[in-house]
Design a protein around this ligand. Sequence first.
Ligand code: DGJ
Length: 743
Amino acid sequence: MNRLLTTILLLATFGTAVAKDYTLSTPNTTIILSAEQGKQLYFRYYGAKAEAADVRAAGRMMKYDAYPAFGTRCDAPYASLVKQHDGDNATKFVVEKVEKVDGNHLSTLSFWLSDVAHPNLVVKVNYSAYNDCDVVKINTEYFNNGKKPIVLQKYMSAVLPIQSDNCVLMQLEGNTKNENNEVVMPLPVGQYNISTTTASRIAQYFNASFMLGLDGRLEEQSGPVIAGTLIWMGNSHFEFYNTPVARVQTLFMGGINPAASDYTLAGGKSLTAPEMVFTYSSNGKGDATRSLHRWARKHQLLDGTKQREILLNSWEGVHFDISETSMVDMTRDFAALGGEMFVVDDGWFGDKYPRNNGTTSLGDWMIAPSKLPNGIRPLIDLAHSNGMKFGIWIEPEMVNNPSELYEKHPDWVLRHPDFEPTYGRGKTQLILDLTNPKVQDHVFKVVDDLLTAYPDIYYIKWDNNMSMHNAHSQYLPNELQSNLYVDYTLALEKVLKRIRAKYPNVVIQLCASGGGRLNYGFMPYFQEMWTSDQTDAYHRVLIQWGAMNFYPSNMLAAHVGSAYSKYTQRLIPIKYRFDVASMCRLGMEMVPAKLNEAEKEYAKRAIAEYKVIRPVIQQGELYRLVSPYEGKRDFTSLMYVNEAKDKAVFFAFRHFFKHDMSNIIIRLQGLNPDAKYRIREVAPEVASKPATINGKVISGRYLMEEGVVIPELVKGYTKNAPLGEVRAGNDCRSIILELTEIK
Ligand code: DGJ
């Protein structure tokens, strides 16, 4: 983003019949390709920073077709399959020219390849490297320079050969209220795919991200690791080959899912396959995560380095029961706790069809007079007079049948005209057909009308609660139906760009039944994403931990729900709920008036404390100490450290109490070994009784080499009765410590 082009070099230094090495480096990694005009482009190396001579001498230069096409080695995996206008589908790509562009933080090598048999087909394979983060990006652009249409049947973004036959794969899988579970397995022999097919709620089941441990292990602090993620708001497809025919030990390809996506490219047109982002670490997956977070905050996430507000969202508190009284009470009560923003969720709209449940009204974005007779102006003003900001929920890509919008424009929905569509939520929901320019205008207008009428709306929650069950456009002609998945995604991007051009500052949260749209593709348009609807704080540890492998804490919204989670029927004390939500962007999602006095006092303290530690949590480097997915799984710990390493925030959670628990030693990471840190407990359960470690001074070296034991989390029963509604049991205890260097 914002890259400043300083030089464009045409590196057409061909003529000698010798392939030339092309090298790009980040601070700690190197990628090498070799090219010779009229010959295949070869991928040679991706790994720790190195000179080409060392890589060659060490036997680490690979030689694999950098962008294999169907037609040259048809028995091997291919990234490209193109059906020409004459029906031919064999391609042989050779190098035409090489370009280098040096930008502010980014250098890009572009290799132009043309098809020997059909010179109308040209691809440009781009490799970019950052000079301030260990991130490289790869993508491919397709050009049809002929007059007649061609059909792209497979058009992968990136091909990454890997010199290891002993990889361990980590991916994220899950579902609504159970998103982003970390799954680790040895990469099986053969071909293994991770594909997403839900099209709009794209990350509902699988995330378009992975990590690979390259020497038979995937460890936090050691070993070679490659992590990758696709920047694409549509269906994605990853292929991992662990087969002899791949002719390298492991081959990765990633890009748009080609399933039902044959893309007709008219003469003179081009299609840019989305960028794959990779990072390489010689020091385990902890470093890989930090490189991605750093890159996301600096270069991809909108307002990635700006502070995020603490908000109360109305959803879990009142669901569709929006009324002026309930909203006024929530605003006032949250302000009294120190909150910074109030957000009215679903249920505020619909005139002819007021939104009382999930079966009606999407599309009718007028305030429901039956629910808010005075509109939202008094609510916005009330928030302001209480020193808070105001936000509101919409689901602009959707419509219900019934709604006034559907009555007017039944042809605006995705569905086949000849049979009943498959409905989504409420058995009445459908997706609007964004390939239709009139629908694009409508979606833009939903946001534009709201922000024109109420320019002081600070925050929008943009929801999306349906997968694309009916992948048929009533706008596209039949011969272009298989362009739909791609064209919907490009149209969505067009609308988001239009919104951002007019409203660059409004904070927009992306939600898809929880974390169903977590993808780097949305980051330039949305400052944050809703991590999950799961209200059980223990369950959220697993979800947040999984998501944080790839996504930084400041873009993950985490809210404190009520003590009883209706989704798991677990009762959880307020301190643990606050501590879990404080790992990310803190918020609340309950009726604050239902808290008892002790809980209110605690919430007030926890919110005030979050404001103190927020810069380290939202901008610091994440260090994972004890995983909830490994070992005994009854304990979790992580920490954030600021850039200067003079402040850190440490979290530890005891999820489940066992009699006579062993002394769990937690070794810290990321500190300055030569510094001494004063330790302060953040928001203890009882203000006057902090943990025994409170006030102690310990060296960074000791904390990292020998670690700490927190007696309150491992010994016996906790003496203080937990606050509030939850009076019994010793499960779900936690601690937050702030570490400050003594200078
Ligand atoms: C699904 C979201 O995940 C919830 O947080 C809430 O906004 C509902 N939609 C509203 O319908």
